[in-house]
Design a protein around this ligand. Structure first.
Ligand SMILES: [Zn+2]
Length: 314
């Protein structure tokens, strides 16, 4: 059993518990205290400048249902529903090409500040507006059609759960709702019904908006998360543009085994080979691109990942 301060009285429900339940009761009491403090700490970001943490707290934590931080979000308690992973990815700011403000590492250019991550669809039409959750889901002329297609389903959901009509909610209320968060009108006793009925619709919505935004993209973009394991588990996640060093061109034909450059060469300063020949060894080219003269291919790879991890979260 955890040691406690003997000068502090035990809470009433712990005192009242049977001897064999006292430890469990005290553990629950501590969890609830820690959870409250944890959430209060996170809610401090609501008064901070805009950023990814503040966005997460605003949309997913700051609501009437003050769930224990030791328990998963309600939508995750649904035993099985199609596209649940899509909803997880959208909520955890993983897929940066859907919600531009989720950008969490640099691509071809240094990462822009949060408030400058504009909606590319509107930018192309001459409007500069932050591409955050509420914009992409409710306001963007290019993407709001997805929510309109789902309005009938969400209307049916609110009718089923005896809530005010979905169309009567404001965009600021609709956004967390379609991302799986119960609106304030859902009582604690109705939470299970919300999870059962809403999670499949919200998950399908998350899938639909990804498919729609992906269909607008001219090329495949990097939609990877910070996890290397996640990257290797999905071919679409493994795309990472490599910038050529000045004066280098990619080989016109794919290299075969006999044209690969021995790794030794890029440790020896100026190469006796032509740039084209050097480029046939991707790792050698990567070492050049990163100004690395001495590192092995493995360390180059780790170095790139390390840059990403060391970036400031904003
Ligand atoms: Zn837009």
């Amino acid at each position: 059993m955890a040691h406690r301060d003997t000068a502090s009285p035990l809470p009433q429900n712990v005192n009242m518990a049977k001897i064999r339940n006292k430890e469990k009761s005290y553990k629950k009491y501590l969890e609830s205290q820690c959870s409250d403090q944890w959430r209060q700490y996170l809610e401090l970001t609501l008064s901070a400048p805009p950023g990814r943490v503040r966005a997460y707290v605003h949309w997913h934590l700051h609501n009437k249902h003050k769930r224990s931080m030791y328990k998963p979000a309600p939508y995750l308690t649904h035993p099985s529903c199609p596209y649940q992973l899509e909803l997880l990815r959208l909520r955890t700011q993983d897929t940066i090409h859907i919600i531009p403000s989720h950008l969490h590492y640099a691509l071809k250019v240094p990462r822009t500040d949060y408030q400058d991550r504009v909606c590319p669809h509107c930018f192309d039409k001459g409007t500069t507006v932050l591409g955050d959750e509420i914009h992409i889901i409710c306001h963007c002329p290019t993407t709001q059609g997805v929510l309109q297609q789902f309005t009938a389903k969400f209307q049916g959901l609110t009718r089923l759960l005896d809530l005010p009509p979905f169309v009567s909610f404001t965009p600021d209320e609709k956004t967390p709702m379609v991302l799986g968060n119960p609106p304030p009108q859902v009582l604690q006793k109705g939470l299970k019904g919300w999870v059962t009925e809403a999670t499949p619709i919200c998950s399908e919505f998350a899938y639909a908006i990804r498919m729609h935004v992906t269909s607008l993209l001219p090329v495949v973009v990097d939609m990877s998360s910070d996890y290397e394991a996640a990257m290797s588990s999905d071919n679409n996640d493994d795309f990472s543009p490599i910038l050529l060093p000045p004066g280098f061109q990619p080989a016109l034909t794919p290299p075969n085994a006999t044209t690969l450059v021995p790794l030794l060469f890029h440790h020896l300063g100026p190469s006796p080979m032509s740039p084209n020949e050097l480029w046939t060894c991707p790792d050698a080219a990567m070492a050049q691109a990163h100004g690395c003269q001495r590192s092995s291919c493995g360390s180059v790879r780790r170095g790139r990942g390390g840059d990403r991890y060391s970036q400031r979260r904003s």
